[in-house]
Design a protein around this ligand. Structure first.
Ligand SMILES: NC(=O)c1ccc[n+]([C@@H]2O[C@H](COP(=O)([O-])OP(=O)(O)OC[C@H]3O[C@@H](n4cnc5c(N)ncnc54)[C@H](OP(=O)(O)O)[C@@H]3O)[C@@H](O)[C@H]2O)c1
Length: 336
């Protein structure tokens, strides 16, 4: 049996419970990971509250009507392989790994993931918390800026929500791709966005980016703070408005602008994959990107961890099974 953070119904952080559950069974092509850390992302918070935004009904139909179909949530993980299925040849017992469990289950002492899924070896100098904080934001930033928007060296990229879970990595990925980066966030997050490599920063509470007299090749909207129509006047002729947020309007604009000259609208649904996680591992290993971890909580304080993440912070919030940490480490950090 193992400890796991259980979400019995959609609701506030107080719905979360610590439960004893069976250790997941292992398929022939799966590896069992002893979890050392798992991040709480904006997507996880939506899964807990059942808030699927503009696609609310569809979201609940797919994810569960009154509570998550899979009550052990948590996708990103870092840990150590403790068992391997009989047909596994990519990993061995003892390998340090990290990645995303696409069906959840990472807020538990053990998670089973397909060996060919979104999992990769954890680079040596990266801590479990830093590794767990990377796949969601870094993987999304890489697919949206590199694969979808095809950012080129010398282009100008604007990141709306530069201090958020995706935005922190978007700044670094855009810089790595050779772009000039403007990041937009609220006042207290401006120093962090500069530290992460933004060439220029704007406080959205004081400045409308469409009114500063600049243009950009890519506007990456990670905050649902703009729209194609709103950004259009500041997009260059080859400009791309790229959003993390689905809407019927955006999809229609995407279809409409696909074959036309002039600025385009782009949207995709980023899903983790082996290739994407390996790319994130390479970017972490060479120092092109780094995670910012704001707070770490043991599983039995998962509700506090969720409240901390909901309050909006300047970094990732990570949960971990108490058994994986020596008290000196877990008690030595300010948790709230
Ligand atoms: N399509 C996909 O495949 C995909 C993939 C990953 C994530 N997502 C979705 O994308 C969303 C964002 O994810 P996230 O983890 O980055 O969220 P997050 O951590 O909540 O970050 C959002 C950031 O936006 C900032 N912000 C709020 N209003 C703003 C404004 N008007 N202008 C500029 N910045 C503003 C916030 O700053 P303050 O808190 O300081 O206001 C915050 O730092 C989530 O809803 C997630 O579900 C979609």
């Amino acid at each position: 049996m193992m400890n796991a953070v259980f979400t019995p119904a959609y609701g506030p952080a107080s719905v979360l419970e610590l439960r004893r559950l069976p250790i997941p069974a292992l398929g022939p092509r799966e590896v069992l990971v002893r979890v050392e850390a798992s991040a709480i992302t904006a997507g996880d918070l939506r899964m807990r509250t059942g808030d699927f935004g503009r696609l609310s009904l569809l979201g609940r139909a797919l994810m569960g009507l009154f509570g998550p179909r899979r009550p052990v949530q948590g996708r990103s993980f870092a840990g150590v392989v403790t068992r391997v299925g009989e047909d596994v040849d990519r990993f061995a017992i003892g390998d340090p790994v990290f990645g995303s469990s696409l069906s959840g289950g990472a807020w538990a002492e053990y998670v089973a993931v397909p060996e060919d899924g979104a999992v990769a070896r954890r680079p040596d100098h990266i801590t479990p918390a830093e590794a767990a904080a990377a796949p969601y934001g870094a993987g999304t930033a890489w697919s949206f800026l590199n694969d979808l928007a095809r950012v080129q060296r010398g282009e100008r990229v604007l990141v709306l929500g530069g201090a958020g879970g995706v935005g922190r990595f978007a700044i670094q990925v855009a810089r790595h791709l050779g772009a000039h980066v403007t990041a937009v966030g609220s006042g207290p997050s401006l120093p962090l966005m500069r530290e992460l490599g933004a060439d220029e920063v704007l406080d959205y509470r004081e400045t409308d980016f469409t009114a500063v007299g600049a243009t950009w090749d890519v506007v990456f909207d990670t905050a649902d703070a703009s729209s194609f129509a709103h950004s259009r006047s500041v997009l260059t002729e080859q400009g791309r408005y790229v959003s993390l947020y689905a809407s019927l309007g955006l999809i229609l604009q995407m279809l409409r602008t696909r074959r036309r000259r002039g600025p385009r609208a782009l949207f995709a649904v980023g899903t983790g994959s082996r290739e994407r996680t390996e790319r994130v591992a390479e970017l972490l290993a060479c120092g092109a990107i780094r995670s910012v971890v704001a707070a770490e909580f043991p599983f039995d304080r998962a509700a506090d961890a969720h409240r901390h993440a909901e309050a909006g912070s300047d970094g990732a919030v990570v949960v971990y099974p108490a058994a994986t940490r020596a008290p000196a480490v877990s008690l030595g950090r300010p948790l709230l």
